[in-house]
Every structure is written in C-alpha cells, then in structure tokens.
Design a protein around this ligand. Sequence first.
Ligand code: ADP
Length: 263
Amino acid sequence: QHGPADSLTGPQPIPGVKHIIAVASGKGGVGKSTTSVNLALGLQSLGLKVGILDVDIYGPSIPTLLGVTEKPTQDENKNIIPIIKHGLVSMSLGYLMKQNTATIWRGPMVMGAVKQMIADTKWDVDGELDVLVLDLPPGTGDVQLTLAQNVAVNGAVVVSTPQDIALIDARKGLDMFQKTNVPVFGLVENMSYFLCPSCGERADIFGHGGARDTAQELGMDFLGAIPLHMDIRSTSDQGTPIVTHQPDSPHTAAYIAIARQVA
Ligand code: ADP
C-alpha cells in the first residue's frame, strides 16, 4: 500500500480519515503543539472522532502532552496501531525514535518516517476519524511543503504569539498555504496576555489586539486568543491536557470556541 506522500498526483486523502486540519506556526515555542492537542480535544468534545499526527521533527512533544509512554504496535499486515489516549487516536515521530535523536536525522529519513506514519497507520482502528489534526513542524521547511502538496488538507490553523506577529513569521506560513492551495481557517493568538494564577489580574505583556489586526491585514480570520497561564503549562507538562482535565476552565471554553470554528 502506498501513502499520499508517495505519489506525485497532488493532494491525496488519508485512508480512514474524513477531514484533515493542519496546525502551523512561523517559529518554534509559540505553543503550536499545546494548541494542536487542546484543539483536537476540543473537537472531540463536540462529538467528533479525532486523531492527532505529530510530525514536528525538531521536537515531537505530543507524547509528553498526552502523557504517552508506550510504543505503538504493528498488526499482522505491518500496519501501525496508533496509541489511543484521552480518547484521542495519536501517532508521533516521538513514538518512533529514541529521545532527542530527531535533530540528527537527515531530510530523507525524516520524510520517510513521516510518509510511513501517514500511510501505514491504521487511523480507523477505533472507527473512521472525522478529523485528523496535523501538528506540523514550525516554519515553512520541506516537511511542511511536502505535506501541503501531497496530503489533502481541508484547512490550516496558524498559531502565533503577539510578538511573533510583529516578526511576520505567521505571514510566511500563510504564504506557503496560499501557494499550495491549502485553505486557511485563521489565526490563533497564543500567550496573548498574562493571567496571574494567584490574583487573576490580566497583563497585556505584548500589547493587545496585535493578532486580530494582523489577521485582518493578512485577510485571515481571527479564531481566538489563549492567555499565557500556569494551568495551561502545568497540564501540558503532566500529560493531562486542560480541555479534558479542567473541563470547566475558561481556557477550555476558549479552545472549544476555536474548535467550533474549524469543525
Ligand atoms: P511549540 O509547539 O510551538 O514549540 P509548545 O506547545 O511545545 O510550543 O509550547 C512551548 C511551551 O510553552 C511549553 O512548555 C508549553 O507548556 C508552554 N505553553 C504553550 N502555550 C501556553 C499558554 N497558553 N500558557 C502557558 N504556557 C504555554
């Protein structure tokens, strides 16, 4: 069997998956993976069957974010059986490699692993997926471009922090999707403002309204703002994503509001 990235016939669907949403960012460390996981769980809370594929070669963080320590197995046809955690079907480069080896992988090895994860994973192990969330590597390199050209992505979400926006990295991501004809759902502003965990006071550390303005300037929709908050970081580090573990949190509501716009 051959996966979508093997062919040169343009964007292909992924077997066992109805819709594909890519989550991108102009640079690393802006909270793209945190957003991917909580967006995926937000979509799940809307009643959808959801999977997540982590192809972030520079630092696959989905295993940590989901609290997954086990490795995927293979069935008799050599299909990879993805891990199911928090109800989410997941595959990650991090499940396939030893810790911290990704950065020394050469390009072809990375593409080989990505193609294999897409083509050989039994995505419908728990029933057909309504949505597969693709957690892309940061920036606009080969992996992102190859995926955008070969996988039929229904829409992309661009994650940025307010100061990142000033550096117009988000614009490069938007350019890449436009060039490859991938529709862009819009922009999520992460670490939008600081919420003090003890007093609840809000501080607009990076200014306010930058993302909304930039989205408008770029002709993108603004999907929402997520604050910089201790609970988001601590739940991420513990592998207990906020959307499933603090369902009543205002942050959970914010992620679900974003999910509604891309569902
Ligand atoms: P990226 O995927 O863009 O590299 P991550 O999702 O791994 O970024 O996030 C980088 C770090 O920032 C992690 O430690 C994560 O827990 C933290 N983080 C992300 N978003 C938030 C937020 N809204 N509030 C607090 N911490 C956050």
